[in-house]
Design a protein around this ligand. Structure first.
Ligand code: PNS
Length: 165
């Protein structure tokens, strides 16, 4: 049976503290298959993020705006509620390595339990970014390592401005 093409909106949630080249890779892949991607930045003051929600959103705007089809927003509360309010069909998450899978599967199944109408789609990151995480980027930067190949230029500048090392 022929199916009508329909608009698909995906939410790509995360802490993005800070955004990395891995995140940018996933956003770039995501917009190839979804009509619209909402990059949803978790408001997580209790986790003590290095960058405020505004700073993380500004960096993501700068990185993602040229791609089109991408909206950057803040969210708190349950992800499934946020996705439903925004009429999203899909939650997009990246898998870098098998070690990510257990946690991601647990979240996907919990989200499905909370809202069976939402599908989680996992996309594999580019191999060349598979070792990058926000946590390691911060650690390497704070210890004086070179992060040029790990994050977009705007993130490198913001890190330097925030914590000159
Ligand atoms: O980049 P992260 O920190 O791995 O992202 C984790 C995130 C934001 C996707 C997850 O913590 C989340 O969805 N938080 C919102 C609260 C929620 O819905 N919790 C139940 C998830 S099963």
């Amino acid at each position: 049976m022929k199916r009508m093409a329909r608009f698909t909106r995906a939410v790509y949630p995360g802490s993005f503290d800070p955004p990395t080249n891995g995140h940018l890779d996933l956003i770039t892949r995501g917009i190839k298959i979804f009509d619209e991607l909402i990059v949803a930045v978790l408001r997580n003051p209790d986790k003590g993020p290095l960058f405020s929600i505004e700073e993380r959103m500004e960096m993501l705007q700068e990185i993602a705006a040229p791609l089109g089809q991408v909206r950057v927003e803040a969210f708190d509360g349950l992800l499934v509620d946020y996705a439903t309010r925004h009429q999203a069909d899909v939650i997009l998450r990246g898998i870098r390595a098998i070690s990510d899978y257990e946690y991601e599967l647990q979240m996907a199944l919990m989200n499905r339990k909370l809202n069976p109408n939402l599908e989680t789609v996992f996309m594999a990151s580019a191999e060349s970014y598979s070792y990058i995480s926000s946590r390691l980027v911060k650690e390497v930067y704070l210890l004086g390592g070179d992060i040029k190949d790990l994050v977009p230029p705007v993130v490198q500048q913001r890190l330097k401005a925030k914590i000159p090392v």
